[in-house]
Design a binder for this molecule. Structure first.
Ligand SMILES: [Zn+2]
Length: 409
């Protein structure tokens, strides 16, 4: 049996006035996803337990068949794994966004989708300023060292290397910056054990970034400057049972997002990079589809994740979200549907990880629609893949990780 999973990140949404009362999924011309719905089954699943923050880390674990309540330790450790940075038992990884704060408000959690070329020297400057032993007067002083690692675009990592127990705990609370668009940051700073260190670094990064030539060049070019780092998503390294051991199939993951790749790699899936994938609306959809089709040759299960619909929601662009869904349908779902039967028995699953309503431009709890089809799946007469069909469906998983068993049959 060959399996394909397509993740249109954050696609689940609400009816939009600008789309004539339709959701983006309903407004999109997506014959291939609708074919999956018509020839298979549509249902809904809840990938984010109520006590956890809705985001791709938790939701992807669920979608891949792991109970986040059992295995989730934080977002940053998953990304750190994807970057190939090892974590010891006393180490903590912390997500380090380059962000634009204006007048005390979170203007842009991506610093104008800063390029890696611009971002890297900024994080290197932050490392020169704050890397090394934790300064006196701060939590972790005398017990830990700080390392800032440049990642892709605005997504970087801070590693706290502990010689003993770290100052952080599960009670340390931080705020994902993408969930506070245009809101005052003062109300959303880190709280709890070790938070003083995080707040110190965030505050002190302002002067380092303001003085940097990259910042001056961005302002001169009319681009958004990175005004500070934003620290969040902290956690220790998780331990996950390999997917092949837990479920059987040997998997591969295609994603431009460190986080999603990190989850796949921690499960033991092969990582396949598409060099022209951007993790944004301008990604190379056909190349991702081609990579997915090619990967079917050597892997039992191929997962193609596309971030674009989620990004469109964060920017509040309904039209772009529809367009992203149409591209995914045409260039990813279509080619996979065509290729899969050549291998004999096959199944395909289309599902976002979590909801990202355009109304709030932020991730949200709640069930997402999924559609699956293929060998041994009987059609249930459902006309299309969307939120309304899913809401009326019989098949529902309150614990999203239980869907994987049904999918694998
Ligand atoms: Zn998102």
């Amino acid at each position: 049996m060959k399996y394909a999973i397509v993740i249109p990140d954050g696609c689940a949404d609400e009816p939009q006035d600008s789309l004539g009362g339709k959701t983006p999924l309903q407004a999109a011309h997506k014959p291939n996803m609708d074919r999956v719905a018509r020839t298979g089954v549509v249902g809904r699943s809840n990938n984010v337990p109520p006590s956890l923050t809705p985001a791709s880390d938790v939701a992807t674990l669920s979608l891949f068949g792991y109970d986040p309540m059992q295995v989730y330790t934080g977002r940053a450790p998953l990304e750190t794994a994807a970057m190939g940075i090892p974590l010891g038992p006393n180490d903590w990884a912390v997500r380090c966004n380059l962000v634009t704060v204006e007048n005390g408000q979170m203007r842009d959690f991506t610093a104008g989708h800063i390029t890696s070329e611009d971002g890297r020297p900024l994080i290197e400057a932050v490392q020169r300023a704050f890397g090394g032993p934790v300064p006196a007067g701060l939590p972790g002083h005398g017990a830990g060292r700080l390392e800032f690692h440049p990642g892709v675009s605005y997504r970087n990592i801070l590693v706290y290397r502990g010689d003993g127990p770290a100052p952080f705990s599960p009670e340390t609370k931080t705020q994902p910056p993408h969930d506070i668009p245009d809101r005052p940051i003062a109300e959303h700073l880190p709280k709890g054990p070790g938070s003083e260190l995080l707040r110190h670094l965030m505050e002190q990064s302002r002067a380092v970034l303001a003085d940097h030539p990259v910042t001056k060049a961005r302002v001169a070019a009319g681009k958004r400057p990175a005004t500070q780092v934003w620290l969040w998503g902290q956690g220790r390294a998780p331990t996950l049972r390999p997917f092949a051991e837990a479920y059987g199939p040997r998997g591969a993951i295609i994603s431009a997002v460190d986080l999603v790749r990190g989850v796949g790699e921690l499960l033991g899936w092969a990582r396949i990079d598409v060099l022209t994938a951007t993790g944004y609306l301008d990604t190379d959809y056909p190349a991702k589809g081609r990579a997915g089709v090619a990967a079917l040759r050597d892997h039992d299960l191929v997962c193609v994740h596309v971030e674009a619909p989620d990004e469109a929601s964060h920017e509040g662009k309904a039209g772009e979200k529809v367009k992203a869904l149409e591209q995914i349908d045409r260039h990813v779902v279509g080619p996979l549907l065509e290729a899969l039967p050549q291998y004999g028995d096959w199944r395909i699953l289309v599902s976002p990880d979590h909801r990202t309503p355009l109304r709030t431009r932020a991730h949200a709890h709640g069930p997402v629609p999924f559609a699956l089809a293929g060998t041994g799946i009987a059609a249930r007469g459902q006309p299309s893949y969307d939120e309304a069909v899913a809401a009326a469906a019989e098949l529902s998983f309150d614990r999203g990780h239980e869907l994987m068993k049904l999918f694998l049959g």
